[in-house]
Design a protein around this ligand. Structure first.
Ligand code: GLU
Length: 473
């Protein structure tokens, strides 16, 4: 089933378990669900699957909300929290018990374990043996008085459960390979797969896009949906993301939390663009906007093979978006980063500083560090570089340059002219003065055009740095 042939209103959901941060794989799933819903003018729902109370935390919920907000993946509905829907799950369990699609099972965990082992000893799949499954004419064991039952779903015994996966194509599983799934524990709490089913049903989800670690859950969920008389969503299972070394992407590979990328200075638009391409393509397009993505993302062209995380490509994409961004707009972010680095962003015309450096930086954090030149502490050049470049001839030329600087207007064109006349007077070539000046004012032999750097730094600050270096008084 594809969206085009599916007559239902398009409704997707992102259903994270709040046990950590929003990791890259989750962000990509959220993005695809969002883009798919937007493409078809449908709704995107956020559902927090927080029933694993031992592992779910409010901080993790917040991390997911923050990550989605940063990426601009606004849900149309939700967040819904499964822990707030317990009554509803219990109600549906009663409904399934009443319709005969579920039954109480009093087998103890030890007995179930023994059944599994016996099945394996026969060379069969480990499974519950159906002791408590009601069948016509089959007597059930006497109900033990010392135990509470679990509730099991009465899985169909015959036939095959199939779906046409949006990513993987047709997947079929024989029903006799599926166990009678526990849908409620002895304390009455519903189990994971069951909550997902009830939610997908109640929330009228038309398309489930999720990680392919859930493929095994899908036939079980379809069977329960069928027992409930619910519409079956279309499913698409996304292959995992691998690290640059071909192993499953994990903390070992560096930042896996989306918000760590925010801190490191990636633009959300770059992240969206990069994540979108990680497992999906549109012709040869590598750089595209959020609007393009929405226009193109119809659930086709999803890759069947695992995607590989490529930090270099992400940097390339990020650099593109930094280059394109408006300097004044970037300045808002860079000012915060500079304050975080202990510098005073007010000390420089930040938009102009950004203009000088943004072509050279792959992240906003790099850009902020570059701008430190104008508002941070006086940089200290490496002694070897000083020895190599700040020769006696260079010192004299710098002094001439500084003496002349008091009688010009401190603008790039006049600074450039003054550099030229100084070079001529001292019979030097450009690098013989430009490199010493860079080392003294910037601490490094490479900067953008020296006249532009000096102008922006301001006559006073340049003087301070020359004095600090002991070159002028
Ligand atoms: N809560 C599941 C997870 O975080 C997702 C379940 C689903 O999408 O169906 O892996």
């Amino acid at each position: 089933m594809t969206a085009a042939t599916n007559a239902r209103p398009i409704r997707t959901r992102f259903a994270p378990s709040p046990t950590g941060f929003l990791h890259l794989g989750g962000a990509r799933t959220a993005l695809y669900c969002w883009a798919f819903a937007r493409h078809f003018g449908g709704d995107f729902i956020l559902r927090v699957e927080d029933t694993d109370v031992a592992r779910s935390t409010p901080e993790a919920v917040q991390a997911i909300l923050d990550g989605m907000q940063w990426l601009g993946l606004e849900p149309d509905e939700g967040p819904f929290y499964q822990m707030q829907r317990m009554d509803r799950y219990r109600e549906v369990i009663e409904q399934l018990l009443a319709s005969g699609h579920a039954y109480h099972c009093y087998s103890s965990p030890e007995e179930v374990q023994a059944m599994r082992e016996a099945a394996m000893a026969r060379g069969a799949k480990p499974r519950y043996d159906g002791t408590w499954r009601p069948e016509d004419g089959k007597p059930l064991p006497p109900v033990p008085t010392d135990r509470k039952p679990v509730v099991r779903f009465r899985n169909p015994e015959l036939g095959v459960t199939s779906w046409n996966d949006l990513v993987k194509g047709v997947i079929s599983v024989r029903n006799d390979e599926l166990d009678d799934l526990v849908i409620a524990r002895t304390d009455g709490t519903p189990t994971y797969n069951f909550c997902v089913v009830v939610d997908d049903w109640d929330m009228q989800i038309s398309h489930v896009l999720r990680g392919d670690d859930h493929v095994n859950n899908t036939p079980r969920q379809i069977n329960i949906l069928q027992a409930l008389g619910a519409d079956i969503p279309a499913y698409g299972h996304l292959p995992m993301i691998l690290g640059p070394d071909g192993q499953k992407l994990s903390k070992r590979h560096g930042a896996v939390s989306v918000m760590m990328y925010e801190q490191a200075g990636y633009l959300p638009e770059a992240m969206i663009n990069y994540l979108a391409r990680l497992g999906w393509s549109h012709a040869d397009d590598e750089i595209f906007s959020r609007q393009d993505l929405v226009q193109w993302f119809d659930g086709q062209s999803l890759s069947r093979s695992p995607a590989q995380w490529d930090p270099k490509k992400l940097n390339w994409v990020n650099a593109h978006y930094i280059k394109q961004a408006d300097n004044e707009w970037l300045a808002i972010d860079i000012a915060k980063r500079l304050s975080g680095l202990g510098a005073d962003p007010e000390a420089v015309d930040l938009a102009r500083a950004i203009g000088l450096f943004k072509e050279r930086c792959e992240t906003l954090q790099d850009l902020a560090k570059a701008c430190l030149l104008f508002c941070g502490p006086t940089p200290q050049p490496e002694p070897e570089l000083v020895e190599k470049h700040i020769t006696e001839a260079a010192r004299q030329a710098v002094q001439t340059f500084w003496a002349g600087s008091h009688s010009i207007e401190w603008r790039a064109d006049e600074i450039s002219q003054l550099i030229k006349t100084t070079l001529a007077a001292h019979h030097l070539k450009m690098p013989q003065l430009a490199i010493p000046l860079r080392l003294i004012v910037a601490g490094t032999p490479q900067t953008p055009a020296i006249d532009a750097v000096l102008e922006l730094m301001g006559h006073e600050r340049v003087g301070q740095r020359l004095r600090a270096f002991g070159l002028v008084t």
